[in-house]
Design a protein around this ligand. Sequence first.
Ligand code: 5AD
Ligand code: SF4
Length: 479
Amino acid sequence: MENIYQPFQIDGSGSTSAAEEALKQEAYAEKCREILSAGHSAYQKYFIQNEGCQMNALQTETVAGMVRDMGLIKTQQEDEADVVIYNTCTVRENANQKIYGHLGMLKSIKRSRPHMKIVFFGCMMQEPHVIRTIQERYPFVDVVFGTHNIHRFPELFFTSLTQEGQIIDIWKDTDLIVEGLPTDRKYPFKTGVNIMFGCNNFCSYCIVPYVRGREKSREPQAIIREMETLARDGVSEVMLLGQNVNSYGKTLPFPVSFAQLLKEAEKVDGIRRIRFMTSHPKDLGDDLIEAMASGTKICRHLHLPVQSGSSRILSAMNRHYDKEKYLTLVKKLRSAMPDISLTTDIIVGFPGETEEDFQDTLSVVEEAGYDTAFTFIYSKRTGTPAASYDNQVPQEVIKDRFDRLLSLVQEKGRERSSRFAGTVQEILVEEENREKGLLTGRTSHNLLVHFPGDASLIGQYVSVRLDTCKGFYYYGTRV
Ligand code: 5AD
Ligand code: SF4
């Protein structure tokens, strides 16, 4: 099969302006629409699947918006789709294995539906060895692109509709931020808003800086304009997204801090709740704590990944803080906002982690008082510094530590969440629960609550008494 694009040779930075690029892609989207809506077009339905984090979920919604605007209808059934799209994750090895598993399955679906177009994009596609594998073992994949050129989907898809061969377009990095792309939001009343892309931190275990490129912030005016448009469109809760929101704005021509951005975001009429993710402890300053404490719309929840409680391991992870500094930060946050909910990410089994290091992690969990913690088994990512460390921890040791950590996290989380028992909280109702007759929503503290109610309440704010604590969620009653 012929490759019209040479992977890893296109450098998007500065090729065209973002505005020119947006217009060019609109023209390609129109051409796709003409082909797809022709009398007996075989293309009617699309299936789209997201893997990974909230940044990915947002980009998945953008691509979904583009195919919807080309006239295709969404289906939840992959085997009846004419276009199948996957946004991939590569942060841990099992995410990659899952994707290869799906590719095997898609091969047999495509045998019975040869016209089907298969599109793969996102973080995993930024890895050269993955592209080589797709070229060699999965030639039936039609379109492949990465994390930096989502906006080019119409052009790539058009090329695939009109030419033979596998279309691969991967950019190493880019300065281009294309604004105003379409989107197909999962919820009409809440959504994410990207405030920055990429990461400059190079934590030694993490592949993100290699697949998402250097940190670049969106202009604050563009972010506020997007929030205003969203509010007019019925959105009342936004989640500001970036790999390290605390370093937002540092590289802008007129630098702006994240705390300043939050203060501007608070002024947007119609927005009632503002969340953000992810905060790096090394960059979390007093100005942000002040902005949170004095804010009226900023939710009382902070996700503050600790990764490990051992200062020695934190240094090997290149995190730029130690156990004491992290716990001091937690104290500061709690004295400014005594009821704040804290959540975290923890990695178990980083190379060289001893039982003593692990005990430090357990003691941080004891002291910090997390409402929830996401616990991960260390995964060796080729290309990261930690992958070449020779003191990898044996799997059975990791498994044992992981189990002990999980039970402590659950015990402490239950204790902490129980502080809300009997209180009345404002809930944004998100959806109907699988349990019949129940609705599910979230408090400002990001606590899930199920309560009896009618689907007409979805998207509204209601007062609910939290009756029964189930660990990280509650059963409640509307008051
Ligand atoms: N192994 C395990 N967990 C990882 N994370 C990132 N890289 C790895 C890895 N190689 C976790 C971190 C991060 C979260 C999104 O994923 O805890 O905060
Ligand atoms: Fe990965 Fe560290 Fe960047 Fe987070 S801050 S994306 S863990 S390198």
